[in-house]
Design a protein around this ligand. Structure first.
Ligand code: ZN
Length: 162
C-alpha cells in the first residue's frame, strides 16, 4: 500500500482518454483496477478530467465559417487599401512641398520687381510685357517643369497599386 506508482497506470489513462473505459476495455485491466488502489484512483481522476474536457469542448462556441471568412476578407481589403494609399500620400506630400517651394521662389523673385509688374499690368502694352516676361521666364519654367515631371510619377503610383 506504500507504492505510489503502478506499471499499468498508463494503460488505464489510455483507456479513459480513448473512451474505452470501463465498458470496452479488456477484462484483465478491469480486474487490475478493481484490485489496485493506485489504478482505481488514476481511473477516477482521469475520468473526471476527461468529462471536464468533453464538456468544455461541447460548450465552446465556434463562429460560423462564413463569418470567419467574411472577417478575413474585410481585414485583407483594409490592409490592401492602407498599402495602396501610402505611396499616393507620399507623392501628394512631395508635390505639395515642390509647389510650396516654387511659390516661395516666385514670390522672392517677384518682390523686387513688384513696381515693374504693376506698371506692366497697368499699362498692358506689348513693349512692357516683353521686358517683364523674360524676367519671370526661369521660375515659371521651373514651376511648369516640376508639374510636368510629377504628374506622370503620381499617375504611375495611382495605377500601379491595384
Ligand atoms: Zn495498478
Amino acid at each position: 500500500m506504500n507504492a505510489i506508482e503502478c506499471s499499468r497506470e498508463q494503460d488505464v489513462i489510455d483507456a479513459v482518454s480513448s473512451g474505452r473505459w470501463p465498458d470496452r476495455c479488456d477484462d484483465a485491466l478491469r480486474a487490475h483496477v478493481a484490485a489496485c488502489a493506485i489504478c482505481a484512483e488514476v481511473a477516477k481522476v482521469a475520468r473526471a478530467l476527461q468529462d471536464d474536457h468533453e464538456a468544455a469542448w461541447r460548450d465552446a462556441r465556434v463562429p460560423p465559417s462564413g463569418r470567419v471568412w467574411w472577417r478575413a476578407e474585410m481585414r485583407a481589403r483594409q490592409e490592401a487599401a492602407r498599402k495602396a494609399a501610402r505611396p499616393i500620400t507620399l507623392v501628394q506630400g512631395a508635390a505639395a512641398v515642390c509647389a510650396g517651394g516654387v511659390l516661395v521662389a516666385l514670390a522672392a523673385l517677384a518682390w523686387p520687381m513688384w513696381p515693374t509688374l504693376t506698371a506692366a499690368l497697368g499699362l498692358l502694352t506689348a513693349s512692357s510685357l516683353a521686358t517683364v516676361l523674360p524676367q519671370f521666364g526661369v521660375p515659371l519654367a521651373i514651376g511648369i517643369g516640376s508639374i510636368l515631371l510629377l504628374t506622370p510619377v503620381a499617375l504611375y503610383f495611382v495605377f500601379s497599386e491595384k
